[in-house]
Design a protein around this ligand. Structure first.
Ligand code: CMX
Length: 435
């Protein structure tokens, strides 16, 4: 069977030709128009990006290379029969558009384990961070430092031909993904535990090893959750802040490490990835304030207090989605299967039924339904990974799969420096205002 790089070497010229021919026939086709409201409104709905791995539909949610989450769960190789799909297999799918065989999936597990070592100075750097530095800031810091290892940066300074950019980008992408569990687990063990990180098992899969480094591998269910979690958070087309930032930074030919660090910094914002930490905090605070067995009325009142305080209800709403996020549903299914009796899950379920009505009545949000972040915390809590400030780091490890696979395609397709047009209000008024 072919390795991922061998398969890519075959596919890339075909896709390059495909894009060339498509652009030749349709290059001047109008994709959309942009209103002044959209320019002030975070470019919501503006069509202006290419993203190969996934496309988001407002109603049905994400598809990875055309496959829904339940289809991925059915078709991608798993570690145990009928179990959750392996993130290795999803990465192969995102990169190639093809479902890998179990052997090909295993080859990625082995490769990531083999590439996982960190340079000593990066370990030292993480170890010297104060425990009070947010885990996401530590994560970003460490990824920037890993730039020291970049094949792409070295090849560029040695004068690599444009046509060959994708090769060292791919090598960096594989190294970076491989090293993430070591970085992320070191932060976890330093901030919350004894600072000791276990050794990777070279024959195990990525999620097992990440769980092992964190100290959770003995619980098989937790390892399965990790596999599902790393699949679900991987990719959500190109316009979300972490994906777009990685792509934008990468478009300057900054190497994959610098690009991904940029993506992590935007994931660390509370309107994006940090929402998973905020959800749990908000839910626990609610429990503290109105008690374990609060009535629907008490919960509703608490919700209105949040909204009237000028705050968002974390984990609900979405810039593109207009229905319940299928990533939320996949986690809910997992909870129904593995922790149906858990009191915190019961509360999360209750919120799932109450919040959309309240947000609808509030009348502002375009989408009152839960997103991915509304459910991840309760699962992690159940298995004892209780440190909320750490949750976005897990999101970040997963997000690398999507953004790194796209970065390889950015270079393979020769996508240029991104540079959209902006205007000042004064200039826009001069262009359009009647008087
Ligand atoms: N609670 C309260 N108000 C909300 C809301 C929520 N959950 N979601 C949206 N709104 C408000 C917006 O703040 C906005 O108010 P203003 O007009 O006063 O500015 C209004 O409703 C319209 O916003 P929208 O068009 O529905 O949503 P946007 O595309 O602007 O923003 C998002 C999308 C996700 C930032 C927003 O829904 C939000 O803040 N949700 C809570 C945070 C969250 O869960 N983020 C995680 C998203 C998934 C992820 O990236 O990880």
């Amino acid at each position: 069977a072919k390795s991922l790089k061998e398969r890519l070497t075959e596919i890339i010229p075909e896709r390059q030709e495909e894009v060339k021919a498509f652009k030749k026939d349709y290059g001047n086709t109008v994709l959309g128009e942009v209103t002044i409201n959209q320019a002030y409104g975070g470019m919501r709905g503006v069509k202006g990006l290419i993203w190969e791995g996934s496309v988001l539909d407002a109603e049905e949610g994400i598809r990875f290379r055309g496959k829904t989450i339940p289809e991925c769960q059915k078709e991608l190789p798993s570690a145990i029969p009928g179990g959750e799909p392996l993130p290795e297999a999803l990465f192969w799918l995102l990169v190639t558009g093809e479902v890998p065989t179990p052997e090909q999936t295993k080859s990625i597990s082995n490769e990531w384990a083999a590439r996982s070592g960190l340079p000593e100075f990066v370990e030292d750097l993480i170890d010297r961070c104060p425990k009070t530095l947010h885990p996401m800031a530590q994560f970003s810091l460490a990824i920037n430092a890993l730039q020291h290892e970049s094949n792409f940066a070295k090849a560029y300074s040695n004068g690599i031909n444009k046509a060959d950019y994708w090769g060292p980008t791919y090598e960096d992408a594989m190294d970076l993904i491989a090293k993430l569990p070591q970085v992320a687990a070191r932060i976890y063990r330093n901030v919350y535990k004894d600072g000791k990180v276990a050794d990777i098992d070279l024959d195990q899969d990525y999620s097992y090893n990440f769980s092992k480094l964190l100290g959770f591998e003995e619980n098989k269910e937790f390892v399965e959750l990790m596999r599902l979690y790393l699949v679900l958070h991987s990719d959500h087309e190109g316009g979300n802040a972490s994906a777009h930032t990685t792509h934008l930074v990468g478009s300057t030919l900054a190497d994959p490490y610098l690009s991904f660090a940029g993506g992590l910094n935007s994931l660390a914002g509370p309107l994006h990835g940090l929402a998973n930490q905020e959800v749990l905090r908000w839910t626990m605070k609610m429990q503290e304030t109105i008690g374990q067995d609060a009535s629907d009325e008490q919960i509703t009142k608490y919700l209105w207090d949040t909204l009237n305080g000028g705050k968002v209800v974390p984990g609900f709403g979405h810039a593109v989605l207009r229905k319940t996020d299928p990533r939320y549903m996949a986690q809910r299914e997992f909870a129904l299967k593995h922790l149906p009796e858990d009191p915190l899950f019961a509360l999360v379920s209750k919120l799932y039924h109450i919040i959309p009505g309240v947000l609808t009545e509030h009348g502002k949000t375009a989408n009152p339904f839960p997103n991915v972040d509304a459910h991840s915390g309760v699962l992690l809590q159940y298995y004892g990974l209780k440190e909320q400030d750490y949750y976005t780091v897990l999101f970040g490890v997963s997000r690398a799969l999507g953004v790194m696979s796209q970065l390889v395609w950015d270079r393979a397709l020769g996508l240029p420096l991104e540079r959209p047009k902006s205007y000042s209000t004064a200039h826009l008024k001069k262009m359009y205002a009647k008087n």
